[in-house]
Design a protein around this ligand. Sequence first.
Ligand code: SF4
Length: 184
Amino acid sequence: MDKVKKVILLCHCVINEKSKVKKIEINPPGDIKEFISLLIDNEIGIIQLPCPELTCYGLKRWGHVKEQFDTPHYRKVCRELFQPYLEQIKEYLANEYEIIGLVGIEGSPTCGIYKTCSGKWGGQLGNNPYLEDTLSTIKLAEESGILIEEIKNILSENSISFPLIDFNKNDMAAFMEKAKPIIK
Ligand code: SF4
């Protein structure tokens, strides 16, 4: 029998960076070993959520802003992808487990919890004289990404709540400050 009946939900790329949009790393990559070790040392069960962007757009996708993903179909896919995890969450809760939290991806148009990238993007890339203007509309909005908005709706519909925290690999110290209280 489990001594510790605690489980955490991680957005997919917290532990699988290979699913992310390919980009040129400007900051040195952070190290998530401390976080994962803390989960293992505290016997926290780890559930990795699916990656909607990889599922819908594959590994060769461009980076997007939230507005581009904000379609009825993408929201429907996010809800459908989360459905089996909702069933797992209900089963854990029915068996006296605690869901200690969900870790999202700061700034993601899909998995951001408190910040998401927003902008008036769209249209043709090649031969577009206004491309720079379009790209320059990007900003970090204090909103959730599409998957997280749908997860919040689903949790609310099912009267389930647990802490949500954003993961930022480039500021591991700040992330660990947020993560430690929910783990211990
Ligand atoms: S932030 Fe979400 S959608 Fe984007 S790569 Fe990570 S898991 Fe996939």
